[in-house]
Ligand binder design. Structure first.
Ligand code: FSX
Ligand code: SF4
Ligand code: F3S
Length: 313
């Protein structure tokens, strides 16, 4: 109980009420597809962490948007919650160490926690000319991935780039960028999106800590709780897509949301993600709600197969 009280006092000192925190846990529990009876258990994972798995967070070819989305997430304090439940031992963006010192941290972490740490990867890996088009600390992404990933207990790909290649692998792809699973020939847990919703990674980690296992995945390695349905299946603009003669009721969800964006090139019918329910920025909005068609950012083949954008499929 002492630990929990300390946690809530810490939150209060940041101006976060217990109510705000429980609201977040309710959203997270629903996103994870668990019943509401799990809300107190989810809260406990953060408030009284029993174990803090070691995490090595690698950055390859990418825009860092995935980390930015997590750090500047909907609730400004969520990133700290993640740092509370994980022991993030290596993460180039947030760690204090730099240069040689940082590389030593990486080596000592993978040695000390071999077979036990979780490796989160952002970004695709350059493979052309032995991978010389992407380096960190004088080692190619390719060398780093080959060194670190096989020693991890699980490899979680955060963002479309590490999952499927993403924008780095778009034609003509002179660097020969590929996804982590393609390069290493391993199965990765994939959380696609450019950027992915931070809730989907947090839900995956909480699932692991709470239930002792990774969530159920589809054939592309994506957690079913987040990627089990298409955007279109959950879209509030959908009624217009299926019935041209739909009459708007003043103040109805449809009237607020507006019409279907299919003719503007919406890729919602072929894109699997939970954007309509999880939304971004603390549940404020998501692309289609904001009036922009889905561009299929979380699908394999994004970017080439989804572009030209704004053209009907
Ligand atoms: Fe890719 Fe992420 Fe898009 Fe950017 O790390 S999924 S380019 S949001 O940064 O990898
Ligand atoms: Fe489907 Fe896109 Fe139209 Fe929504 S806006 S109903 S996702 S085609
Ligand atoms: Fe991406 Fe489409 Fe969601 S563009 S953010 S998958 S609505």
């Amino acid at each position: 109980m002492g630990k929990e009280n300390e946690f809530y006092t810490r939150l209060e000192n940041k101006g976060v009420t217990r109510r705000d925190f429980m609201k977040f846990c309710t959203l997270l529990t629903a996103t994870m597809g668990l019943s509401s009876s799990f809300i107190p258990k989810v809260a406990e994972v953060f408030a009284a962490p029993k174990q803090r798995p070691s995490v090595v967070w690698l950055h390859f070819g990418e825009c860092t948007g995935c980390s930015e989305a997590m750090i500047r997430t909907m609730y400004p304090w969520t990133d700290e919650l993640v740092l509370d439940i994980l022991s993030v031992d290596y993460h180039e963006i947030i760690m204090a160490a730099a240069g040689q010192q940082a590389e030593e941290v990486l080596q000592s972490t993978i040695k000390k926690n071999a077979g036990e740490f979780i490796c989160v990867v952002e970004g695709a890996i350059a493979t052309a000319n032995n991978g010389i088009y992407g380096k960190v600390g004088n080692r190619t992404f390719l060398e780093i991935a080959k060194d670190v990933c096989p020693k991890a207990k699980a490899v979680i790909c955060q963002g479309t780039c590490s999952c499927f290649g993403g924008v780095q692998a778009a034609k003509p792809n002179p660097g020969g960028y590929k996804s982590v699973s393609e390069v290493l020939g391993i199965k990765t847990l994939n959380i696609p999106g450019c950027p992915p919703n931070p809730l989907n990674l947090i839900g995956t980690i909480v699932n692991y800590i709470l239930l002792g296992k990774l969530p159920e995945l589809d054939n592309l390695g994506r957690p079913l709780f987040a990627y089990g349905k298409t955007i279109h299946d959950q879209c509030p603009r959908r009624s217009h897509f299926e019935n041209d003669e739909f009459v708007l009721e003043f103040g109805s969800q449809e009237a607020i949301m507006g019409f279907c964006l299919y003719k503007l090139g919406c890729r919602g019918p072929e894109t699997y993600n939970n954007c309509p329910t999880a939304k971004f920025n603390g549940g404020t909005s998501w692309p289609i709600q904001a009036g922009h068609p889905c561009i299929g950012c979380s699908q394999p083949g994004f970017w080439d197969e989804m572009s030209p954008f704004y053209k009907e499929m």
